[in-house]
Design a protein around this ligand. Structure first.
Ligand SMILES: Nc1ncnc2c1ncn2[C@@H]1O[C@H](COP(=O)(O)OP(=O)(O)OP(=O)(O)O)[C@@H](O)[C@H]1O
Ligand SMILES: [Mg+2]
Length: 149
């Protein structure tokens, strides 16, 4: 994210379909600097994985691969910029610490973390994406630089 964009909080974006949420994520992807970690916050079924699918699309990656895996904690979608996708739902905060997520962000990669609430020590260069279910297919998305802690 550029400094100007980092100052601006993308507030109160309301989407009414999964496709619209993915479109917001595509837009964010185009503004992300490599080395950034996207912290995804929101309840079960809020649309975090849908958002990651949009990030992958925005980075020119194969978004068909994006899912919430049951057994894999971190997935990797390779491309000019590689997207590392973690889902912390099934593990504890201590186990999350041991994943080494901090080391995944680099000059050619972006990291996206679902259930980032569990991170005790959030990464340095981060963008926080909060998705709230407003009922039906309506979601409110708030995007701001920084971390949840
Ligand atoms: N506006 C919307 N944005 C995103 N998803 C939506 C929207 N409206 C409906 N949905 C539906 O909500 C569900 C979101 O599922 P998704 O797997 O992305 O959630 P999640 O936050 O990753 O959940 P989990 O915590 O289980 O990983 C999908 O079934 C999607 O079709
Ligand atoms: Mg998910």
């Amino acid at each position: 994210m550029s400094k100007a964009e980092a100052r601006a909080v993308w507030n109160d974006i309301v989407t009414r379909s999964e496709a619209q949420t993915a479109a917001v994520a595509r837009q964010l992807a185009s503004a992300l600097e490599p080395g950034t970690t996207v912290l995804l916050l929101g309840e079960l079924g809020a649309g975090k994985t849908a958002f990651v699918r949009g990030l992958a699309e925005g980075l020119g990656l194969d978004s068909d691969q994006v899912s919430s895996p049951t057994f894999t904690l971190i997935q990797e979608y390779r491309g000019r910029t590689t997207l590392h996708h973690a889902d912390l739902y099934r593990i504890t905060s201590d186990e999350a610490e041991d994943l080494g997520l901090q080391e995944l962000a680099g000059p050619h990669s972006i990291v996206a973390i679902e259930w980032a609430e569990k991170l005790l020590r959030p990464p340095g260069k981060a963008v926080m994406v909060k998705i709230e279910d407003l009922g039906g297919d309506t979601r409110r998305i708030t995007i701001q630089p920084g971390s949840s802690a």
